[in-house]
Every structure is written in C-alpha cells, then in structure tokens.
Design a protein around this ligand. Structure first.
Ligand code: PLP
Length: 390
C-alpha cells in the first residue's frame, strides 16, 4: 500500500490551505486593480487590503494603522531593526538581542555593527531560554532597541516576552519580537506583552510565501527602508501584493479561530515523539525544554554518533520530510548556532533532528517515525567511525 507523505517540516514552511487559496484567487485576474487607483476596480483591491489589515490588527490587539504589509518575515525583521535603529540613533546606538535569533535578525545586527551600532548578544540556558538577569545588566543609557524572538525556530523554546516587556516599562527602549514561529499557536496581545514591533510571515501558518507583516506601535520612531510611493502609510513603498495580503489575513484568522483544537492535536503528537523517541533510541537527547515551555508543534533531538544530514536522507526514503538545525544552515557543515548557544557539544550538535508538526499530520505519521527511526540511527551508527571508538 502506498503511504502518504509525512511532512514534518512546518517550521520551514507550510502548504497553503485550500480555503486560503480560494480567498486569494479572485485577486489575481478578476479583481486585479491597483489599490492606489481611483476607479471601482481599484476600490475592490483597496477594500480587500483594508479588511485584511483590520483582521490582522484584531488578532494581535493592535490598531489597523499599526500594521505594515511586507514581502516576508525576513523583510519584517530587517525593516524593524534598521528602521528603528536609524530613526532613534540620536538617543543612542546600543541594541540588545540574543544568540539564538533567526539569521534575519543576527545578520542584520552584524550589518548594523558595521554602521557604528553596538550589539549585545544575550546568552541562553540549556533549554534555550534567554537569560533575563543578563538582559537587565546589558541595558545602558544608550540602549535604544531590544529584539528577542517569541519562540525559537529550531528547538521551539518560548521566550519570556511579557517579562521583558515588564523590564523595559517606563524606559524609552523599543521592544521588537520576531514572532514568525509563534503566530497561529500562541495568543498575542501586543499591549499586554509590552511590544512595540513584531514580525510575522504568512507561509509559516498555511498562508502563501512572499508576504509578511511588521507591526509598529504608534508613536514609535521608524525610518522606512523601502522608499517610493506612499503605500502602507508611507512606511513601505511598492504596489501591494493584494492576493498575498488576502491570503495572509485569511490564514491568520483560520489559525486563531481553530487555535485550541489545532494546538491540542499538535501537543498530543509532539509529546508522543518527545517521549517515545528517546525511549526507543539510546544516546538520544531532547533539545529544548521538556517541561512544555515549547511550541506545540516542535520536537527536536540530538543523536550522538550520527550526522543529522544522513538521518534526513534516510527519513526521506520512508516519505518523511524533516530538518536538521535550521533550513538556512543545513547544507553547511557549521553546527547550529542555536544548539551551540545552548552549550550542546559540537560533536553532538551535528546529529540534530527537528520534527515540526502541522495540522494535517496524523497518528500514523508519528507511528511511522517511531517505526523507522531506531533502525536508521542503528544503521548509521554501525557505519560511523565515531561509534566504533565507543
Ligand atoms: C521563517 C522565519 C523567518 C523568515 O521568514 P521568511 O518569510 O521565510 O523570510 C524569520 N524568523 C523566524 C523565527 C522564522 O522561523
């Protein structure tokens, strides 16, 4: 019998939900007007964007005027860091972030360092939780911006965002969070969390690729990084990706309407993997928290004496799609910067496996992983020179 494909790489991207696609389709070739034009065809596009902006704002408890549509999560991160750093540099040039951010944040921080900004990269503990004492100590009179991700894309750790919002209350420090992995599964109220800027990306919650959001709280000094027309309240020039924006809002609304049921399903499957894989395979460790302080869909591991890439190739032969480290670092021999920051020894970090679940995964998919993974690891270890020295 042919097995269906077990896609377990939802942290890398997700399939567009059929209902999302259906909502997008009219905006390609029927309702194709440029939202900035004057006739009624354009009005339909403008209305669609206005509606999408309201939907997104309602979900994160923001004002629609605070929502900027972008081309992806990476653009949102870039625009947030550069836009806030450049607009506020008269007050200081110090930025605080963490060692486990996505490269869209880390590489942007490195670029800002070349432009005269100073960046503190906070350490994390063995579970990947940012050190709040280190954060408090890092704050200086010239600190203008703190950027800490809401949840980590490799190991699923949920960061203490509300606590950071509390720490900076009463200061002039601007707080940005990369919520790309968290959107859809964690409840988000930007005011309650004390956030001034937030990034998200549609393709991580069953929306299309190539569209994202940057939330920027009113009153926050922000310098647009893309200039041209006056779109997005003069904060991001360029004719809007109308179908993409409609898709993003539709997918986000579906994610929050169904959040409880989707999370319950994901947590059940995740906990089976987290519990049963280390029970079946020796020299295997869960990476990230085991106490539930992790994304509902993330199950990550390290296996001693094997290469992560080899595990992925073998899983693929059984119709299982997974990832090792982050999608962006795989292909390079550098071990993950996230596992390194969590003080996982380099030799072990090479054997990392991330299974990131989605709404359409089934018990059967998990059964298959549990059935094939022990043999894969044993086979690889038998061939490994590392294992023989044991
Ligand atoms: C995927 C991801 C991004 C980048 O989003 P794109 O839309 O792919 O550019 C940024 N941050 C995190 C945490 C992510 O998981």
């Amino acid at each position: 019998m042919e097995q269906d494909f077990a896609y377990m790489d939802h942290a890398a991207t997700t399939a567009v939900d059929p209902k999302v696609l259906e909502a997008m389709l009219p905006y390609f070739s029927e309702k194709y007007g440029n939202p900035s034009s004057i006739y009624s065809l354009a009005g339909e596009s403008r209305q669609a964007i206005d509606d999408a902006r309201k939907t997104v704002a309602e979900i994160i408890k923001a004002d629609p005027r605070e929502i900027i549509f972008t081309s992806c999560g990476s653009e949102s991160d870039n625009a947030a860091l550069r836009g806030i750093a450049y607009a506020n540099q008269a007050r200081g040039k110090h930025i605080i972030t963490t060692q486990i951010e996505h490269h869209a944040i880390l590489h942007t921080c490195q670029a800002l360092e070349k432009r005269g900004f100073e960046v503190t990269y906070l350490p994390v503990n063995h579970d990947g939780v940012v050190d709040l004492e280190a954060l408090k100590k890092a704050i200086r009179p010239d600190t203008i911006l703190i950027s800490v991700m809401m949840a980590n894309n490799e190991v699923g750790t949920v960061e203490p965002i509300a606590e950071i919002g509390e720490i900076i209350k009463g200061t002039q420090i601007i707080f940005h969070t990369d919520a790309v992995q968290a959107m859809g599964s964690l409840p988000i109220d930007v005011n309650e969390l004390g956030i001034h800027a937030l990034s998200m990306s549609a393709h991580k919650f069953y929306g299309p690729k190539g569209v994202g959001v940057l939330y920027v709280k009113r009153g926050t000094r922000f310098e647009p990084q893309q200039t041209g027309g006056g779109q997005e309240n003069r904060r991001r020039a360029g004719t809007e990706n109308v179908p993409g924006i409609v898709g993003l809002a539709t997918a986000l609304k579906m994610a929050y309407d169904n959040r409880k049921e989707r999370n319950a399903h994901l947590i059940h499957l995740r906990d089976r993997l987290l519990k049963e894989i280390p029970a079946k395979i020796e020299l295997c460790h869960v990476s990230g928290p085991v106490d539930g302080n992790r994304l509902p869909n993330n199950a990550s591991f390290v296996f001693e004496q094997v290469e992560g890439e080899s595990i992925l190739l073998h899983l693929d032969m059984y119709g299982i799609a997974a990832s090792s480290g982050s999608a962006c670092t795989s292909g390079s021999l550098e071990p993950s910067h996230v596992l390194k920051a969590m003080s996982i020894p380099i030799e072990i970090a090479h054997g990392s496996l991330r299974l990131s679940l989605g709404k359409d995964n089934t018990e059967e998919h998990v059964d298959r992983v549990l059935e094939v993974l022990p043999n894969i690891i044993n086979t690889l270890r038998a061939m490994s020179p590392l294992a023989n020295s044991h």
